[in-house]
Design a protein around this ligand. Structure first.
Ligand SMILES: CC(C)(COP(=O)(O)OP(=O)(O)OC[C@H]1O[C@@H](n2cnc3c(N)ncnc32)[C@H](O)[C@@H]1OP(=O)(O)O)[C@@H](O)C(=O)NCCC(=O)NCCS
Length: 443
């Protein structure tokens, strides 16, 4: 009798439930394979069209349109892969029921003291230093990133998401990635549980996604701020010298800056800092940096995907339209009008944000105003960025709370235990830095 009670315990019932599920899974074969552009494009697009991606904010939700290219969000990374989950239907047809994308890149995971002022391959000018004047060099690691995981709503909780992640991780490991990470909303229970409870990821960083609406009027840039556009090679030199020890800094920053999606790097200083109105050159700047400066780069996400808020009531849409009409008619009033969000809209992404000195926050504000005006000229509805939640410069980044995401949860996993710990140890256990470098290719 005692044994009988044991067999029907809670754990056993759960096990039986799982077995029943496994049997029904076996009836329908699921194949995980590489995405085939020619064969799968339309089916993948159809599946994604039905799948909301962003915050479900009451009645509204956010949809994405990849502009006819399902790999648009990974194709600019050095190494990438997209997998699909295909299921055989009863009448021998095949249906795509899940997808996942991943890419691998080399990024900074820590820093160490430099002995000779140069890093291992001698490429970086080492200017990253603390107040004691100690010079630091970056410690790089091969990092994989998971994005765009979707399982069609009629096929969830059948183990397809888990299978897709596991297969992608195998590819990461085969390609030498030491860590894998992903980003999700912290209240996306399905995604958080899948990664933390079933795939061995741990919660790592919680940067903020800040979204600034693009108004119908231009933003006035204060005359006391001077903004320079840096030539790409000058921007690269400055980023390597000043940002290469920032967590997640991509070692191939040059390929990001040279990408056609990059709309330029801009640096702001107080007016009159440099005698001439042209950029004095990065070498000169680094030798004798001004007391205050700020920098950012702009990425043309509008060419990668469009977003759309669906489900807003007629009244809300009408109110938003009214604010835009008024703003357009009376631009000098600077009405904070609601941009066009209810039809597919484009955005720009600000990355590589940084700066120093007592006026850096104000200078950042000026740069964001400049970026706003550029986005307005390009017909974008929002300008977005992602920064560490404790980054002091975030005070200079205008944003609307309703459009932003206070905590974007990044989860990380160490892919192999046999990697040498190097000088920083296990990155997954390290404390966060003040800043984070968000790669625009992963947006
Ligand atoms: C997240 C998502 C991909 C999960 O796919 P899935 O195929 O349903 O997941 P699986 O069946 O492989 O689930 C594996 C584990 O994840 C967790 N999980 C998945 N869905 C869950 C849910 N709705 N609630 C709680 N836990 C969930 C469970 O631990 C589950 O294991 P269990 O079924 O043995 O309890 C799917 O819900 C989805 O496409 N969501 C919309 C898009 C999205 O949010 N993508 C993630 C962005 S990173």
């Amino acid at each position: 009798m005692g044994e009988m009670i044991k067999i029907l315990g809670w754990d056993d019932l759960m096990m039986m439930k799982k077995m029943v599920r496994d049997v029904s899974k076996q009836e329908r074969v699921i194949i995980i394979r590489e995405y085939d552009e020619e064969k799968d494009k339309l089916n993948v697009q159809e599946m994604e069209r039905k799948c909301e991606v962003g915050p479900t904010n009451g009645e509204t939700s956010l949809y994405t349109d990849d502009l006819g290219d399902p790999i648009s969000r990974i194709r600019h990374s050095p190494n990438f892969l997209m997998l699909v989950a295909e299921m055989e239907t009863e009448n021998d047809q095949k249906e795509i029921v899940g997808l996942i994308r991943g890419c691998i890149k080399t990024v900074t995971c820590g820093k160490k003291l430099s002995r000779n002022g140069k890093n291992g391959n001698g490429n970086d000018i080492i200017i990253n230093s603390n107040i004691q004047g100690n010079k630091f060099i970056p410690v790089y690691t091969k990092l994989a990133y998971i994005l765009g995981l979707r399982v069609s709503s009629s096929h969830r909780r059948m183990g397809i998401g888990l299978k897709l992640v596991t297969r992608l991780e195998n590819w990461f490991a085969e390609n030498g990635a030491e860590y894998s990470y992903m980003a999700t909303e912290k209240d996306n229970e399905a995604s958080v549980k899948l990664f933390t409870e079933r795939c061995g990821y741990s919660k790592f960083r919680v940067p903020s996604v800040l979204v600034q609406p693009v108004f119908a009027h231009r933003i006035r840039i204060l005359k006391r701020i001077q903004i320079f556009r840096l030539p790409t090679s000058e921007a690269e030199k400055l980023y390597r010298a000043r940002f290469s020890t920032t967590e997640f800094f991509p070692r191939d920053i040059d390929s990001i800056l040279n990408n056609t999606l990059n709309l330029g790097t801009y640096l702001a200083v107080p007016h009159g800092t440099f005698p001439s109105s042209s950029w004095p050159g990065t070498d000169k700047f680094l030798r004798n940096p001004p007391k205050s400066w700020s920098i950012l780069s702009i990425w043309n996400t509008k060419e990668v995907f469009m977003l759309e808020v669906r489900g807003a009531s007629r009244t809300r849409r009408a109110l938003a339209k009214t604010t835009r009409i008024m703003d357009k008619a009376l631009p000098w009033l600077g009405i904070p009008s609601v941009p066009q969000l209810f039809r597919p809209f484009g955005s720009h992404f600000l990355y590589g944000l940084g700066g120093e000195g007592p006026s850096s926050v104000n200078l950042m504000k000026g740069l964001c105003g400049f970026a706003h005006n550029l986005a307005k000229e390009s017909g974008c509805s929002v300008v977005a960025t992602e920064v560490s939640s404790c980054d002091p410069l975030r005070l200079g980044i205008p944003n609307w709370k309703r459009l932003s995401l206070e905590e974007d949860l990044w989860c990380i996993k160490r892919l192999g235990e046999d990697y040498s710990d190097g000088s920083i140890g296990d990155w997954t256990k390290s404390p966060p830095g003040i800043s984070i470098f968000v790669d625009p290719r992963q947006v």
